[in-house]
Ligand binder design. Structure first.
Ligand code: GLN
Length: 489
């Protein structure tokens, strides 16, 4: 089993295409690994072993299809995507047993490419959180240290991939939810440009910020998933009609970083970073320099307002998006109420978690007539200034490099009772979503003090994901990386 699950997605896909291995063997190896690791890490909300195995048998009978780049490859998806074969809870009790009658475009694309979807990953309720502790179902755990969070909101996805339960997962990132759990679990995670990947069938949190992307063990694996999921979708009017490059082919065009200018925003390389995070991120910059990159200092004067602007805009959009969960159209309904108003109130008070209720209230407040100008409008103005910071920075460099988080994974329970401190852990990730730019986490190495993974972020101009992937791969080859998780025995 170890031989199979330790392979990268690209390697396993090649072996499957060449019939060196059967789909059934690969799917069985993943479920064996799930049996072994799931009681420790709680990464999945549901799975369907039987139908995956019977699908695998059918596929083995019909044989590989070279036009399907994910043929026979087991993957998992965050429970934020609507799926016809699995319930879709979004980590919330209000959607308990909700069975969508349609599928997210992204899931359809993965299936059309031949992927075998094993199950759905745990997440913070409605993707609100940074630790997966806001899931209404269970806490996921970090495969590197079971006392630590795997990050969030795509924590289940990151833990699954790091533990070898699957060869890739797909998450969403509204303010860091792909990049931060990827950093905490020592894997690679890419948030594409806003509009690059269809949001159709993705349960909305902050619609102007949400974007789906790959979470994998290698950069090349992310490139392959990007080839499958990117592109215009007539069902999502915000998806971009730009041509999609072959991301995998782009990787072959670059073996070093000669001529590439990488900017370090002085505002992001600051005190407040834990010493081991700073040290690891500096090693990443040294690796880039050794590979030929020119390192320059750049200024992002409005970066420090990013967190405040993000939380106002995300909560405002969430308060509107979540109005649809009223007990009438989806999932759970309180049956004890005497009238409609009471039914709304009781359903929402009982079936939505504390953090979600907090955000709906703050979001409603910042949009209310008396406070709109003071909060929402100001946040929208700051958003524009942050976008302009990025545009200016990209006049003098090709990529930006920054830490992902101030420190490695924290302990379960450590800051869950202090929402503001939890929000502050997103300090390096949210500005990207406000600006719509693509960014990728790659693992750098293990922190000297904690022995936990540390990641670094590579940020590119809009629609230049290929650049982050290229630089990411060169750096991945040059850096020590993290190896296999130490927390699973
Ligand atoms: N941690 C951030 C939040 O709680 C980001 C979440 C996300 O990207 N979905 O809003």
């Amino acid at each position: 089993m170890k031989d199979i699950i330790n392979k990268s997605l690209l390697e396993i896909s090649k072996s499957l295409q060449m019939r060196q291995i059967k789909v059934r063997e690969v799917v069985e190896a993943c479920f064996d690994r799930i049996d072994q690791t799931e009681p420790k890490i709680n990464a999945l909300l549901c799975m369907d072993k039987e139908s995956c195995l019977s699908r695998a048998l059918e596929m083995d009978k019909s044989g590989p299809d070279p036009d399907k780049p994910l043929w026979g490859v087991p993957i998992t998806v965050k429970d934020v995507f609507c799926t016809k074969e699995f319930p879709t809870t979004c980590g919330s009790k209000i959607l308990e047993n909700f069975q969508p009658c349609y599928e997210a475009t992204l899931v359809e694309k993965l299936k059309n490419a031949g992927a075998v979807i094993l199950g759905k990953n745990n997440m913070d309720e409605f993707a609100m959180g940074s630790s997966t502790e806001n899931s209404a179902y269970k806490n996921s755990r970090n495969p590197w240290n079971l006392e630590c969070v795997p990050g969030g909101s795509s924590g289940g996805s990151a833990a699954s991939v790091a533990a070898g339960q699957c060869f890739a997962s797909v998450g969403t990132d509204t303010g860091g939810s792909i990049r931060q759990p990827a950093a905490f679990c020592g894997i690679t995670g890419l948030k594409p440009t806003y509009g690059r990947v269809s949001r159709f069938g993705l349960v909305a949190f902050g619609s102007s910020l949400d974007q789906a992307g790959p979470m994998t063990r290698t950069v090349a694996d992310s490139a392959l998933i990007m080839n499958v999921i990117s592109g215009h979708d007539p069902k999502d009017s915000t998806s971009a009609s730009r041509p999609v490059p072959d991301f995998l082919a782009a990787l072959e065009k670059r073996q070093d970083l000669k001529g590439m200018r990488i900017g370090l925003p002085t505002q992001y390389w600051m005190e407040g970073l834990s010493p081991e995070t700073l040290e690891s991120c500096r090693n990443a910059v040294d690796a880039a320099r050794d590979a030929g990159a020119v390192i320059v200092d750049v200024e992002m004067p409005h970066a420090r307002f990013g967190i405040a602007a993000y939380y106002i805009i995300a909560m405002a959009e969430a308060s509107s998006n979540l109005a649809r969960y009223d007990g009438v159209k989806y999932g759970v309904r309180d049956k004890s109420s005497a009238d409609l108003q009471e039914m709304y109130r009781k359903t929402r008070s009982r079936a939505l978690g504390e953090e979600v209720q907090r955000r709906i209230m703050i979001g409603t407040y910042v949009l209310s007539a008396g406070y709109y100008d003071a909060y929402y409008k100001k946040a929208a103005q700051i958003r524009r200034l942050i976008q302009q910071d990025y545009l200016r920075v990209f006049e003098s460099c090709d990529l930006v490099c920054a830490p992902v988080t101030p420190s490695p994974a924290f302990k379960i329970g450590e800051i869950i009772d202090d929402p503001l401190q939890m929000y502050l852990t997103d300090i390096f990730t949210t500005s990207l979503n406000l600006a719509g730019m693509p960014g990728m986490t790659i693992p750098v190495g293990l922190g000297r003090d904690t022995g936990l993974p540390v990641g670094v972020q590579l940020i590119a101009p809009a629609f230049e994901e290929a650049l982050t992937l290229q630089a990411g791969q060169v750096m991945e080859n040059a850096l020590p990386g993290v190896g296999t998780p130490t927390g699973l025995g």
